[in-house]
Design a protein around this ligand. Structure first.
Ligand code: NAD
Ligand code: MG
Length: 393
């Protein structure tokens, strides 16, 4: 029986890597939903090639274009964020959650509520609403498999282990585009410079987040929410080669490291075939050619985002949603040329400080709802926009 699968964010970097894998064994899958946003040609082409049941664009203004591109194929077309959530709730055994940003939260939850498997690339879901996501997965008997290279690595290092024996979890960071830049040059870093990752080929937003370490900051929170380890047990290690993705330290002093090429098809393929392993079309590392692995401690002055992540974890509750939303708006500001590279962290910190006194944000995880997360997200976006406006004026 082919497995029913859906891909949310099919036209993005993770989505396209997922499609690359499933096209190699297309007979094994029945594709239910593919979703995208502005790239209608790609969405329609993949929907036709994979014989999807429905294709959905986030952009309501592009519905006619999508209909035209799919005409005669018999594939349903739909548009808008509600249509994406509706498509995500259609029965599927395995769903890839690879929309970028907080927009991935509601569709991911809808998929989880079917009780199947959610391959989770959208780390923002866990940053904004970790308690909600993990709680709903439990309630509906769903399985979440991490599709972030570091978290897939930790997950693999934990197979057969007892969490009580885990002393620490170390996730690595390449250091991004500006690892070796003089600190005083960071403020003048351009969009082009920030959009070039030394090791990974990813979407533009996560690439810039890698240069600022906001990506790693979110991954620290993701580690806490997904594996339930305490913030003090999570470490970040700068490792420029991006081949050791994570290490788990146990109470007997042993460290289990996961080593692999910087290719997301490994983490995606692991989640696709779990609990089995299957051959994947990724490079086999020749360690004699690589010769050495380097490690350094992250520099807090260069990457204030890591300190902010600690503050967010200490505050708990809805502060993750505030953090993520402020970061998304600050990133938009940098991309639009309204903010300098270093101002992104300043804006996020201002928003966190302003909201820190709001007691309702620190509420317990039991009463976290999609609405409350949405409210916290909305307030933080407005606060971040106002902070950016203030600098401009
Ligand atoms: P991307 O920008 O390449 O693709 C994003 C996808 O989301 C596209 O299909 C786009 O059409 C869709 N999308 C954009 N805005 C949307 C909206 N408002 N509503 C619905 N859909 C929308 O992003 P990516 O690099 O593939 O990253 C996707 C997710 O995976 C992110 O959460 C990212 O943090 C995570 N991730 C990515 C990588 C990577 O290698 N790219 C690695 C680890 C984790
Ligand atoms: Mg990662």
């Amino acid at each position: 029986m082919p497995r029913k699968i859906s891909i949310l964010g099919a036209t993005g970097s993770i989505g396209q890597n997922t499609i690359d894998l499933i096209r190699r064994e297309a007979h094994a899958y029945d594709v239910v939903a593919l979703t995208g946003a502005g790239n209608i040609a790609q969405l329609a082409e993949d929907a036709k090639a994979l014989k999807a049941e429905i294709a959905v664009t986030a952009r309501e203004d592009l519905l006619d274009d999508l209909r035209d591109a799919l005409s005669g194929s018999g594939i349903e077309a739909a548009a808008g964020s509600e249509a994406i959530t509706e498509a995500a709730s259609r029965p599927a055994d395995w769903t890839m959650s690879a929309i970028i940003g907080a927009a991935g939260l509601a569709p991911g939850l809808a998929a989880l509520r079917q009780g199947g498997t959610l391959a989770l690339a959208n780390k923002e879901s866990l940053v904004c609403a970790g308690a909600l996501i993990m709680g709903e997965a439990k309630r509906h008997g769903a399985t979440i498999l991490p599709v972030d290279s570091e978290h897939s690595a930790v997950f693999q290092a934990l197979v057969g282990e007892d969490m009580a024996a885990v002393e620490r979890v170390i996730i690595t960071a390449s250091g991004g585009a500006f690892r070796d830049w003089p600190l005083e040059d960071l403020a003048n870093a351009t969009l082009d410079q920030a959009s070039n990752h030394p090791n990974w080929d990813m979407g533009q937003r996560i690439t810039i987040d890698s240069a600022s370490m906001f990506n790693k900051a979110m991954e620290v929170i993701e580690t806490r929410e997904f594996f339930g380890v305490s913030p003090e047990a999570i470490e970040v290690l700068v490792h420029p080669q991006s081949m050791i993705h994570a290490l788990v330290g146990f109470c007997d002093g042993g460290l289990m490291a996961h080593v692999g090429p910087p290719d997301m098809r490994h983490a995606i393929g692991y989640a696709l075939h779990h609990p089995q392993r299957a051959p994947l079309p990724v490079e086999r590392l020749d360690l004699t050619k690589i010769g050495r692995f380097d490690f350094t401690a992250p520099d807090d002055a260069r990457w204030p985002a890591l300190r902010l992540a600690r503050e967010v974890m200490a505050a708990g509750g809805l502060m993750g949603a505030v953090f993520n939303a402020a970061k998304e708006v600050a990133l938009d500001g940098f991309i639009a040329g309204k903010l300098r590279f270093t101002e992104m962290a300043e804006i996020v910190e201002e928003v966190l400080d302003a909201r820190a006194s709001d007691a309702s944000l620190g509420r317990g995880s039991d009463d976290m709802t999609l609405d409350l997360v949405g409210q916290a997200d909305h307030l933080a976006r407005k606060a971040a926009e106002a902070a950016i406006q203030k600098r401009a004026g």
